[in-house]
Design a protein around this ligand. Sequence first.
Ligand code: ADE
Ligand code: ZN
Ligand code: ZN
Length: 260
Amino acid sequence: MKKISILILLVCISLSGYSTEGDWGKTGHRATAEIAENHLNKKAKKAIDEILNGHGLAFVANYADDIKSDRDFRQYGPWHYVNIDPDEETYIAANANKEGDLVQAIRKCVAVLKDDTSTKKEKEFYLKMLVHFVGDLHQPFHTGHSEDKGGNDIQVRWFNDGSNIHRVWDSEMIEFYQMSYTELAINTKNLTPAEIKTIQNGKLLEWVYESRAMAEDLYSGVENGDKLGYRYMYEHMPTVLDQLQKGGLRLAKILNDIYS
Ligand code: ADE
Ligand code: ZN
Ligand code: ZN
């Protein structure tokens, strides 16, 4: 009887697609996409409207996760993160993961969208991927260490449940906050045009290093077995919100540049 119960449980878990390796949860990715949508210029809006057949960016923000477990799309698995280990100073293209990473992914998406010879289908696929990946870039643990799979192997308790520090940053804090993606997008910090410009300035690799520096800081504040709850939440939720906003502003910048 016990064996059958365990078997049923395992089947349920595998059917539910449960995984310890997620991304900003669905809400986080949609919030970033919605913030980007609110900062698109007219040209970008029009081009994107055509590519996505009227759907907004938030609508497609989780496509890259939805296809993850499909064997036909397995090759895109490593595109969701970039690991620069502590003993490395910078991202060096020659040492980069041959199977792709977040940097190569974003560059590929931009190249396809800029290329006049790309088909509409290609543009649609890579636009959806881009919306997702710029979100991932702003989840610090997506630029973490390979040895612990970006924090996925650092087990913690989140209130009374088992979790890991990557997942706390992907989704646990955002879910605990209980705001919809539109509420998150509306309740962003008021920024002056100059502040927005400062956030949008810079190159992709500078954004990677910024995220990676944050990851280093967060690594030093957590240990395997830690019990995290309200204190972790109020200390770090402001950073989560800032990252969602930065991701949105920078996604808008990338898209506005493509269609300028
Ligand atoms: N998700 C799965 N593997 C990862 C890794 N090595 N770094 C960051 N995120 C990941
Ligand atoms: Zn993740
Ligand atoms: Zn992802």
